[in-house]
Design a protein around this ligand. Structure first.
Ligand SMILES: Nc1ncnc2c1ncn2[C@@H]1O[C@H](COP(=O)(O)OP(=O)(O)OP(=O)(O)O)[C@@H](O)[C@H]1O
Ligand SMILES: [Mg+2]
Length: 272
């Protein structure tokens, strides 16, 4: 098995990825965290990003989001090479990240949280009624039915409802790619289902969704593509339907599958 990410374009000839990374490196001092990573994110698809603790998943998405700047490698958006040197560059491309801690303000209500930090430009001062309407429309558009009122303080919401607000905030800005870092890690069964349905709806609306998760059940439930990071190498990006859970577990834990007697590969498809 072991499909190197560099060969993936051949498996998706029809649609150009929204986002492509090629040969991305990132070190922190002497620690090489990402070593020649490739990734493709497509519109209308959920790409699951999996890998063991410390594999480099968060570092990779922080580079995509402009929080870290990659040391080297190429970053393409809609086929064009781009430079992303800060979060504003990523936002301008339509890339939003929902981090695990969510960064919601407990003492503010749903509307205030959804517009936080963006509402008060000197020229685009939105009034409360407009913000409330847009917040409601966004939540309705995502078929979110669990919030009684958009004027509820976030402090009184459940974990799943908070996740919903954070996701709705990310899609409020005509985003093209939404990246979710372990959105269900702290949720119970019913709330996890709710969030996964929302993740699927985002993709069905045409967004490119990246879902970081340690839970292979949910990965197999909602993902179209699975990208596996192993010690800073992207050892595979494959269609979900082309792999078994056992393959993915093996890729996560050893960086390769031995199913076809293939030699273990690094991120460039080179046998180690
Ligand atoms: N700012 C930093 N400075 C130094 N090392 C870092 C920094 N950020 C991450 N690392 C290191 O990079 C490696 C990858 O970390 P990262 O957080 O990307 O992993 P991860 O795949 O997201 O893991 P997890 O599943 O536990 O969230 C780890 O060894 C970590 O210690
Ligand atoms: Mg992480």
């Amino acid at each position: 098995m072991s499909v190197p990410a560099t060969e993936l374009s051949a498996t998706h000839p029809s649609d150009q990825p929204l986002l492509s990374l090629r040969g991305v490196h990132k070190s922190f001092g002497a620690v090489q965290v990402l070593q020649g990573v490739d990734l493709d994110v497509r519109a209308g698809q959920v790409t699951a990003l999996v890998g063991d603790n410390g594999a480099g998943k968060s570092t990779l998405i922080k580079g995509v989001a402009g929080i870290h700047v990659f040391d080297s490698g190429d970053y393409f958006f809609e086929g064009e090479p781009v430079k992303v040197h800060g979060p504003k560059d990523a936002n301008a491309l339509g890339i939003e990240v929902v981090y695990q801690d969510l960064a919601l303000c407990d003492n503010l209500d749903v509307v205030q949280n959804m517009f936080l930090g963006r509402e008060m430009g000197p020229r685009v001062r939105l009034d409360e009624t407009t913000m409330e309407t847009r917040a409601r429309e966004t939540l309705d558009g995502l078929s979110v039915r669990t919030l009684q009122s958009v004027r509820t303080r976030v402090a009184s919401l459940s974990g799943g409802q908070r996740q919903t607000v954070a996701i709705a905030r990310a899609v409020l800005w005509n985003s093209k790619i939404v990246i979710l870092d372990e959105p269900t890690a702290a949720l119970g069964v019913a709330q996890t289902e709710q969030v996964l349905r929302l993740v699927r709806r985002l993709a069905d609306r045409g967004l490119g969704v990246v879902l970081i998760s340690h839970n292979l059940n949910e990965v197999f439930q909602v993902a179209d593509d699975i990208a596996v990071l192993y010690l800073g190498h992207m050892v595979a990006q494959v269609r979900k339907d082309d792999v078994t859970r056992a393959d993915v577990v093996e890729l996560i834990t050893s960086g390769a599958t031995q199913r076809d007697g293939a030699a273990p590969m690094n991120g460039n498809g080179v046998a180690r």
